[in-house]
Design a protein around this ligand. Structure first.
Ligand SMILES: [Zn+2]
Length: 318
């Protein structure tokens, strides 16, 4: 292992300190871990009529998802890769956001956390959620160091906890379980935070970069039934979206976040084929559609995409 420079050593000291002092807040609790009154963001008039907004932002090869509740609470799930950070900030400003109530780090890979430094430069963030899997990367260590230096609360999220965003809007942590996965194809991916968001009759399932083991856990945990909108695991990679999971989640609509012409071959043809029988309301892809915005009143779902393409093309253009 290469020797670490003093800054990295300092980061790791702080990281371990974080692990001891602040991770675990809310762990094992069966009550909502976040529920407070906050000043809402101003919502454009046309969006104000009790609509929940979920924006799957086109950040190239990576994830960034912005949730805005009807009263203006903001949740950011991941912040994309570093090279899309300024575009993400601009997109969030365009949505009228000035504050983030909860920022979720699904896992520590660069295509999910690369934009958080720019986010912290641009917006007050009230609190963070993190899986607590101590991934040995300098980018993750420096993010945790900044969070610690700023004295922002960071919650280690575990299966069964939930975040009450509004009376009728709840985000339930589906994964990771109390014991983290180890020995998988990618433990960082396998321990991604998986969130189930419900508003009245409508549900969204955000899978991070879940591996097959995670999807098996999600399928068997009893927290997930048919979902309306699935944020597909791991950019549509072929190791995820396993049949056993899809048979439980039965997503009516799927969204895949991936970069145009990415070198990983995401999404894979096999994954698109497996999703196809379920996703009768469409498979949306940020590489083809650009940013995908879903709004709902808790009953009806509307989808607006940055670019318009024939749906058939979205399903077969791999
Ligand atoms: Zn990823």
């Amino acid at each position: 292992m290469p020797s670490m420079n003093p800054l990295k050593n300092r980061s790791w000291t702080l990281l371990l300190l974080l692990a001891v002092l602040t991770f675990g807040i809310g762990c094992g609790s069966s009550s909502p871990i976040v529920r407070e009154e906050v000043t809402p963001v101003p919502i454009p008039i046309e969006q104000a009529a009790e609509r929940l907004q979920v924006h799957f932002i086109d950040v190239g090869q990576g994830d960034a998802i912005v949730i805005i509740t009807p009263s203006g609470r903001v949740v950011l799930i991941d912040a994309g890769p570093p090279d899309s950070a300024s575009a993400l900030v601009a997109a969030m400003r365009q949505l009228g956001i000035w504050q983030i109530n909860l920022a979720i780090i699904t896992h520590a890979h660069a295509d999910h956390i690369g934009g958080f430094q720019a986010i912290l430069d641009a917006f007050p963030v009230i609190r963070f959620g993190d899986p607590g899997y101590l991934h040995p990367s300098a980018m993750y260590a420096s993010l945790l160091e900044r969070i610690l230096d700023s004295e922002l609360p960071i919650y280690e999220l575990r299966q069964g906890q939930w975040i009450q965003l509004e009376d009728e809007i709840r985000a339930v942590v589906v994964s990771p379980a109390q014991d983290l996965f180890s020995g998988t194809r990618s433990d960082a991916n396998a321990n991604s935070i998986v969130l189930l968001l419900t508003y009245r009759e409508v549900s969204f399932l955000f899978m991070g970069d879940a591996e097959a083991e995670t999807e098996t856990l999600v399928a068997n945990c009893g927290l997930v039934d048919q979902v309306d909108v699935l944020k597909v695991s791991h950019h549509g990679g072929r190791h995820s979206s396993i049949p056993q999971f899809l048979a439980v989640a039965r997503p009516r609509m799927a969204v895949i976040l991936c970069g145009t012409g990415n070198s990983y071959g995401h999404p894979s043809p096999e994954t698109l084929e497996r999703l196809d029988p379920y996703a009768i309301n469409g498979i949306y892809r940020t590489d083809l559609h650009g940013t995908v915005s879903v709004t709902t009143d808790g009953s009806q779902i509307d989808v607006v995409t940055e670019r318009s393409i024939p749906q058939e093309q979205a399903q077969v253009a791999f």
